[in-house]
Design a protein around this ligand. Sequence first.
Ligand code: C2E
Ligand code: MG
Ligand code: MG
Ligand code: MG
Length: 291
Amino acid sequence: RADTALYEAKAAGRSRVATAATCDAGLLEDFRAALDHGGLQVALQPIVVPGTGETIGVEALARWNHPERGPVSPAEFIPLAEANGLVKELDLAVARLACADSVRLRRALGRDVLLTVNASGRHLVDPDFVQDLLQVLADTGWAARDLVVEVTESTLEAASAAARDTLEELRAIGVRVAIDDFGTGYSAFSQLDAIPADFLKLDKDFTSQLTASGRRRAVLGGLLRMSEELGLAVIAEGVETPEQRQALVALGCPLAQGYFFHRPLPVEDLLRALSAETPPAGAPAGALSGT
Ligand code: C2E
Ligand code: MG
Ligand code: MG
Ligand code: MG
């Protein structure tokens, strides 16, 4: 298909840096084995309201602990999976694990939470992707309205009509869409109104410059107003310091994520971390301690 060819061409340009990892035959073999035998894990990182720290959702991040090499970075194994036709299997495996974990999390929190999963741009030109995702939802009992699919800004620059159709299809079944890594490279401000999305994730490089530059804060202020009018909720990624958090609160950024609040954690550890927090006013004490 023309869309797939276009996607491949763009992806090839982007992944030249990853050549070393994508050509490591031994690592590829081990990765395949991990995919086939349940060797992948997922870490969940809370998405919070920056002013209160309240967790409203979690992002699922793939984790691979290699039996000999130890933890392998997603920066290494995602390009490997992309280059070898395994990224769909990876993304669906992560979605499946994350949905199951989130069912536990929602039960422990006693309220709805959002789950966001990362998706390769490839899936947007895959005619079966939406159906496959629906199957994961059916199998795990996670609701479509509590799922958000993250796709990167660079993918959307190349968004063909077919890719946009897939985004519309996702929203038609109730799944929401986030534009990931916004603010890296040349952000397509002029296209924001044309992309069917619900969340805008501000890249951590953007967040890290907030406290150093009043001009940067002015750009974010404008972006926040524009996003609000477009119905996009902004999530600032990579918040690491109290000063960054304060800048976000002052500007009225609705959502945030980063080490300052929580690191990505396995569900067990996350349940422990959240139950140690002071419950919001009105919540019954110990509401977080059950599973
Ligand atoms: P991303 O989706 O933009 O995820 C955010 C990355 O920032 C994660 O890195 C997270 O651990 C890291 N991070 C979170 N808070 C902070 C912070 O305060 N400071 C800093 N410096 N970093 C922070 P990670 O887990 O290494 O993942 C890297 C990228 O790999 C992700 O970027 C995403 O593009 C990709 N990825 C991860 N899991 C999956 C997956 O299941 N499927 C696909 N297709 N891609 C994935
Ligand atoms: Mg992401
Ligand atoms: Mg991101
Ligand atoms: Mg990223």
